[in-house]
Ligand binder design. Structure first.
Ligand code: UDP
Length: 489
């Protein structure tokens, strides 16, 4: 249903990493489906990650999504030309020159504001400057509200004063659930009380018109209510991935720019999957930024083999396969079609939604967690870095739809993480897949969440209504502004 949008125009400014861009494009689609004029602003080299989605999305909407490109200041920050996405760096940490470039984008972005006069900017929290441009800014964090609450609590704990060991468990105080963490599971940002970027992000969120989330109320209502009780204005409009309804949408997501030329074709996967039993296949993928040591890749391969379940494993790098693939693995497992490796980029939402896929080994990126829930697929949780260990707690301890692999050390640097052995992987797979009372119960719970997610985005659902309310508020704001400039107020 389209709302009376008074030609509302929104700029979407996603951070330059797939896990941030993908949900924001989905979000733009949701607004555009309600008749809002939407424009995604990104840098030139990132266009190829977006255009396939815009192509399919714009073929079915009466309000097409526009794309505006900013020149990336490669020369100024001394980065190679075209290196405009976090994906192209060796670790998921945001390098200083990249952050400087993000800050330098303010000037060309202001030019676009003068040319196009949007009524609102939905901006990733990384663009801290977008809160000071005289246009209402809505902050997008890209994670759960659960994570937001925990991050806030943990950052104020002064852990160094009362926790000595990195692996000494502590209870996060004042939460509705018993959540235990260790320092070694926390992102660096939270260990340093005065982390500059975190402080700037917090300040810019406070200067924002509100906060928009990719989640749904009933998934984490305790935490949404808690943030609201602090006076935070927020709208929960997800899961946004549910706007990808048909195969074309799901395949285009993430864009052709990420497809490896050596990728196993989606069709090949589909033919292979079709011969498998319902819920028998494990999907194994660790998002867009995770890297592994060769020793870890070898253990994953061996763990999947001894688990005996068919699998689709997405491996980001197709170089030097011989250096980590166990002897005979190719012949025994891949050639025998016991499992498939997709090198590069896989259409994750499409694969998760195949009836044969019954488990997901995930690094607990928030998008992946939500996409698994939306597909009704329980998870094996293997957090790697950033806030992923918090998402693990939500999935395993609160929602009870996952089996934890038991990772105690998270780090953005693969060599700092503790090697997870093949036997640990096998055990977790055994605990998740197949029949058995708790497995059936877990599967039922995730199915229930899947239904709740679907309802949330349907007309009358909580996310649908939050989106309506946000659009109405922005329309009112626009009317007021107009009256003021016409001298009526
Ligand atoms: N994704 C995908 N194919 C891949 C890897 C990732 O479609 O081969 C998508 C995935 O569906 C999700 C996003 O990329 O929407 C990754 O976001 P997430 O928050 O899970 O992890 P991040 O990449 O930010 O660590």
């Amino acid at each position: 249903m389209e709302l009376e949008t008074e030609k509302l125009h929104i700029f979407f400014l996603p951070f330059l990493a797939p896990g941030h861009m993908i949900p924001m494009i989905d979000m733009a689609r949701l607004f555009s489906a309600r008749g809002v004029q939407t424009t995604i602003v990104t840098t030139t080299a990132n266009a190829s990650l977006i255009t396939p989605t815009l192509h399919t999305a714009n073929s079915v909407t009466t309000t097409p999504i526009n794309l505006l490109l900013l020149p990336f200041p490669s020369v100024e920050v001394e980065l190679p030309s075209g290196q405009e996405n976090l994906l192209h760096f060796p670790t998921p940490d945001v390098p200083d020159p990249f952050l400087t470039a993000i800050n330098l984008l303010e000037t060309p972005f202001k030019l676009l504001l003068h040319q196009h006069h949007p009524d609102c900017i939905i901006s990733d929290v990384f663009f801290t400057w977008s809160a000071s441009l005289g246009v209402p800014r809505i902050a997008f964090h890209g994670s759960s509200f659960f994570t937001n609450v925990i991050s806030g609590v943990v950052s104020r704990l002064k852990l160094h004063d009362f926790i000595s060991g990195d692996q000494e468990p502590f209870l996060v105080p004042g939460l509705p659930h018993q959540i235990t963490l260790t320092k070694s599971q926390l992102p660096d940002m939270l260990l340093n009380e005065n982390h500059e970027l975190r402080v700037q992000m917090g300040e810019s969120v406070r200067r924002s018109f509100g906060f928009i989330g990719n989640s749904f109320y009933h998934l984490e209502h305790d935490y949404v209510d808690r943030l609201k009780s602090f006076g935070m204005k927020l709208w929960n409009v997800g899961p946004v991935s549910l706007c990808n309804k048909d195969e074309l949408d799901m395949t285009a997501r993430g864009g052709s720019g990420l497809m490896s030329k050596n990728s196993v074709q989606v069709n090949e996967c589909a033919v292979w999957l079709a011969k498998k039993r319902r819920n028998s296949v494990l999907y194994v993928s660790f998002g867009s930024l995770t890297r592994f040591t060769k020793a870890q890749l070898k253990e994953i391969a061996a763990g999947l083999e001894i688990s005996g379940h068919p699998f689709i494993w997405v491996v980001k790098d197709d170089n030097n396969v011989d250096e980590w693939m166990p002897d005979g693995f190719k012949e025994r497992v891949l050639d025998e079609k016991k499992g498939m490796i997709v090198f590069g980029w896989a259409p994750q939402v499409l694969l998760l939604n195949q009836a044969e896929v019954g488990g997901f080994v995930t690094h607990c990126g928030w998008n992946s967690c939500l996409e698994s829930i939306c597909a009704g697929v329980p998870m094996i949780t293997w957090p790697m870095f950033a806030e992923q260990s918090f998402n693990e707690k939500l999935i395993v301890d609160v929602l009870k739809v996952g089996v934890a692999l038991g990772v105690k050390v998270c780090s953005s640097k693969e060599e700092e993480r503790v090697l997870v052995k093949r036997e640990e992987i096998r055990k977790a797979v055994e605990e998740l897949m197949g029949d058995g009372e708790e497995k059936v119960r877990r599967r039922r719970r995730v199915e229930e969440l899947k239904e709740m997610a679907k309802k949330a985005v349907e007309e009358g659902g909580t996310s649908y209504e939050d989106l309506s309310n946000l659009i109405e508020e922005l329309v009112e704001l626009k009317k007021k502004k107009k009256k003021k400039s016409d001298g009526i107020m």
